[in-house]
Design a protein. Sequence first.
Length: 247
Amino acid sequence: MDLKKAICSLFEVQPEQNGVRRVITPIEYAGTGDRIVVRVRQRGNEYVIDENGEACFHSSMAGGDVESEVIARWADELASMGKVKLQDDETLSAVTSDPQLIGPLIFRVAEAAQTLYAISTARTERQASDFKARLANVVRAVATDLALGCETDIQLPIAGGLMADHVLQSHTPLIVVAATSATRLLEAEVIHMQYRIERKPGFVLAVVENQNIVGKRQFERANYYTGKTVTFNEHDFGSLLSATLNS
């Protein structure tokens, strides 16, 4: 067996425009099956090696917080140890003028991307569980106070079979989606649009624990594509539910 050839065959190199080369590595973002892709570009006498910001993107989609203090400290340590840096545009990159260093830096950038993803999503599951439990408590309390039926983890009667975390039964059903990730927030938008397309009564209320978890741009965008998108506050959320149901 030619071990060197077998290892090299795990990497795919694809040319793009302007001399850019995409290196599809066998390294994956943990638990996703998505392979880490690194770009190599020549800029004058230097070579830029980066992952196009995909580590932060995948982390945000998985509910990770790429703006946390933990990530900031890790990024500082990363920069102090070598040539790979987390740039202001959330891209991991390295620069070299030595062509022989391109190979090692591809590995370093891919390694950094995998680490960033792992760190930023490490606490996501626990936080999401706690957030959803606190949200559920408020929803149940409001349903009891207003004597309304409340269903939890229910498949909605629309194309695609998407799930709602809670549905409060009223003249216009209030559909509550706990957006624990950017993907889940997108699902809330799809639910809203599908209800409109099918002309079904329903008000979609998407709730996030923190804007950073879903991305600030995605949070701001979602208000245009849901009935309402808000950050969770235990004190105020019950009043918002009551006001929405009574409007």
